[in-house]
Ligand binder design. Structure first.
Ligand code: NAD
Length: 318
């Protein structure tokens, strides 16, 4: 497994990271035994970076259980705060207040059964009622958690790339997590890398399968992609099936090969997926197959969906 430095944190993270969102069930139920097996095999294969969030239902609890007895210094744990499940709101409940930050960090530590979080991210800040709250209240409170020894490094995550300069023009961050912008259908995060390097920010890229759009079974019904993007990805999947390729493997290999990020998080639900994805590290994907897929995806390149108070990569609408 390749290890890379995450910005200026000094953390060495595996090129392939374990996205633990699926352990909470959005892509189908996963048992504790399956999750533990996937996590343990990931560690054996050199994957040392794990990402979770209170938003991902039981994910923190399940990941914490899977990591019981694993030496704490052998992995890097990232979780988030500010976005929480809510049975009445499909997008969840957002609370970036100081009191909730403190409570959230303590709850995560308890669910994960740990004394310290390596990284805590403000989760999907484009949904914040008042963007200034992130700068003036949420991040300063997180720094108090760092001073208290509960958190080591802080950052933000979200979909619209415009959120990152908006934060970084006012304050510094250790890391950012960007998702769905480092895959065959959209690699727009890469344009922002020189700016992020200049700001000395460690970059975590996530969702090379575009949250299932580029998987071998197509997206879940909840996927927010516009119809044109969904259909183009299904067309790419049909081409792969007809030509004997796994779209998921090509998509993971292509991102791992090309993405200028410290680590790429893939959501994994089973030992089989962990082994398949780990086997893609250092693999050059078939150039003809990549070309064929890119041709199919050309009309929908960088087509995104709006998220929170930001249009797809546009300034806030309110
Ligand atoms: P993803 O693009 O990694 O796709 C996950 C889907 O692909 C799941 O259905 C999984 O079963 C499937 N899959 C994985 N490997 C496969 C393989 N080899 N063959 C076939 N199918 C395979 O999407 P994701 O899980 O949403 O994103 C990755 C991680 O990034 C998340 O788990 C989470 O940790 C993080 N993330 C964070 C944010 C945020 O902070 N806002 C947003 C999205 C993702």
């Amino acid at each position: 497994m390749q290890l890379r430095l995450l910005g200026k944190t000094g953390l060495l993270v595996s090129a392939l990271g374990f996205g633990a969102a699926p352990l909470g069930g959005p892509y189908g139920q996963v048992t504790q035994a399956e999750a533990t097996q996937a996590v343990r095999v990931a560690l054996e294969l050199g994957i040392n970076f794990f990402d979770t969030s209170p938003w991902y239902q039981a994910s923190e609890q399940v990941l914490g259980e899977a990591l019981v007895g694993v030496p704490r210094e052998s992995y890097v744990l990232c979780t988030k705060l500010g976005r929480y499940p809510d049975t009445e709101k499909p997008n969840g409940h957002f609370d970036f207040s100081a009191a909730r930050v403190r409570q959230s960090v303590d709850e995560s530590l308890r669910r994960l059964r740990m004394d310290q979080l390596d990284i805590a991210l403000c989760h999907d800040i484009e949904f914040a009622e008042d963007f200034n709250q992130i700068l003036e209240e949420t991040l300063p409170t997180l720094l108090e958690c760092v001073a208290a020894g509960k958190v080591r490094f802080v950052g933000v995550s979200g979909l619209p790339l415009a959120i990152y300069p908006k934060v970084l023009e006012s304050t510094s961050l250790d890391v950012i997590l960007s998702y769905c912008h480092t895959s065959l259908n959209d690699n727009s995060l890469w344009d922002l890398i020189p700016y992020l390097d200049e700001k000395s920010v460690g970059v975590i890229g996530a969702s090379p399968l575009a949250m299932g759009l580029l998987s071998d079974s197509g997206p879940q019904p909840w996927h927010p992609a516009p119809e044109a993007l969904r259909l183009a990805c299904l067309q790419a999947l049909a081409w792969c099936k007809a030509n004997g390729f796994s779209l998921a493997e090509l998509a993971v290999a292509w991102t791992l090969q090309n993405a200028p990020v410290a680590t790429t998080l893939v959501g994994m639900t089973s030992e089989k997926q962990v082994r398949q994805n780990a086997a893609m590290v250092g693999v050059v994907p078939d150039p003809e197959a990549v070309k064929a897929i890119q041709t199919i995806l050309t009309p929908v390149q960088r087509l995104m969906w709006p998220s929170g108070k930001f249009a797809a990569d546009a300034p806030p609408t309110s």
